[in-house]
Design a protein. Structure first.
Length: 188
């Protein structure tokens, strides 16, 4: 390889472009310019742009969700597992996540990946909350609120405010710790 650029570098650069320029800014020329390579280098790794974009969202799911959750699942204590999820969730590239959600509204294949990511994230939060709360409905509400906080933050058209997001997540965790979820009524 003359360029010295890896497939991983193409994926990480693609996520950076998504974070900074949104879905509309994700272009072959932009990715190659940022990497300082020619399109020939790109075609050494990928047969075409659609193949790259499919692999990009798969990489996003694997690197930003599946791999992370596999590591978090090794924590036996459910409350510490939730703390690890909080830390990982706050560290997500929220701009890229928001751009992928926009993209998923126009591309059913991207939507399928994004929905799988949401389900994986929900499932581990639900499982962890259920271990603590021993109540399916309360665990479902806790996991839903956690997911909606992050997704809502990604979708907000306001300037990013990581400190405010962390405060909101801490409020949710305080409600978990203080027993507020014990008062969740059963579903009818």
């Amino acid at each position: 390889m003359a360029s010295g650029v890896s497939r991983e570098a193409y994926f990480e650069t693609g996520l950076e472009v998504l974070a900074e320029r949104g879905y509309g800014g994700l272009k072959l020329a932009e990715v190659c310019n940022r990497l300082g390579v020619t399109t020939g280098s790109f075609y050494h790794y990928f047969p075409n742009w659609p193949a790259y974009t499919r692999e990009l969202v798969t990489h996003w799911m694997q690197a930003r969700t599946t791999h992370v959750l596999d590591g978090v699942r090794t924590e036996p204590d459910p409350r510490r597992r939730i703390d690890a999820l909080k830390k990982e969730g706050l560290a997500l590239p929220h701009g890229a996540e928001a751009a992928i959600r926009v993209w998923s509204s126009m591309d059913r294949d991207v939507y399928a990946v994004q929905a799988a990511v949401d389900q994986q994230r929900f499932d581990i939060m639900y499982e962890s909350a259920f271990e603590i709360l021993q109540n399916k409905r309360a665990a479902h509400l806790f996991a839903s609120w956690g997911l909606y906080l992050v997704v809502g933050y990604e979708q907000a058209a306001l300037p990013p405010d990581p400190a405010a997001l962390e405060w909101l997540v801490d409020q949710l965790l305080d409600a978990l710790d203080s027993g507020h979820f014990a008062s969740v009524p059963d579903a009818d």
